[in-house]
Design a binder for this molecule. Structure first.
Ligand code: HEC
Length: 130
């Protein structure tokens, strides 16, 4: 009598337990997503020369491409110089080559995917001085 009653109640309780666990783990996943965001996200919705491009070129290119040291005859200081090279296609051509290609810029150390996307976005917009 006692055992029969137990099994009649135990199965529904297990069912509820399993459904609750699934539900809770889904909630926890959602919350982590909201709290920490997507670490791989790359925001290209508002790329500007002053906020993004100047820094990308300054940190990755200027050391070898400036007024005093202009490797390949290329100076990448200032909007005028950068936009001219960008609109000619040279910057995207050189920064998107595969690792191991001797023409890759910076040499042997490709820009991050996000920096490449920002450059592409800015160039597609006409390389403005914004
Ligand atoms: C470690 C030094 C170094 C860094 C850093 C560097 N470059 Fe260069 N770059 C060179 C050298 C050396 C050449 C000339 C040889 C050649 O054409 O590959 C060159 C050539 C170029 C050229 C071809 C110029 C021409 O008209 O023939 C472009 C375009 C260029 N670099 C863009 C860039 C960009 C954009 C960056 C940053 C994302 C960058 N470089 C970073 C050394 C560098």
């Amino acid at each position: 009598m006692f055992n029969m009653n137990m099994s009649r109640f135990t199965y529904p309780i297990w069912g509820i337990f399993i459904l609750t666990s699934v539900g809770l783990s889904n909630c926890r996943y959602d919350n982590e997503h909201d709290l920490y965001g997507n670490p791989n996200a790359c925001d290209t919705s508002a790329v500007t020369f002053s906020q993004d491009i100047k820094m990308i070129i300054g940190q990755n290119c200027e050391g070898c491409h400036n007024g005093a040291i202009a490797n390949g005859g290329l100076n990448l200081v200032g909007h005028q110089n950068i936009s001219t090279s960008a609109l000619s296609g040279a910057i995207m051509d050189r920064t998107t080559r595969s690792l191991g290609d001797p023409l890759l810029m910076p040499p042997g150390q490709p820009l991050s995917d996000c920096d490449q996307s920002k450059l592409r976005t800015w160039i597609n917009e006409g390389a403005p001085n914004n």
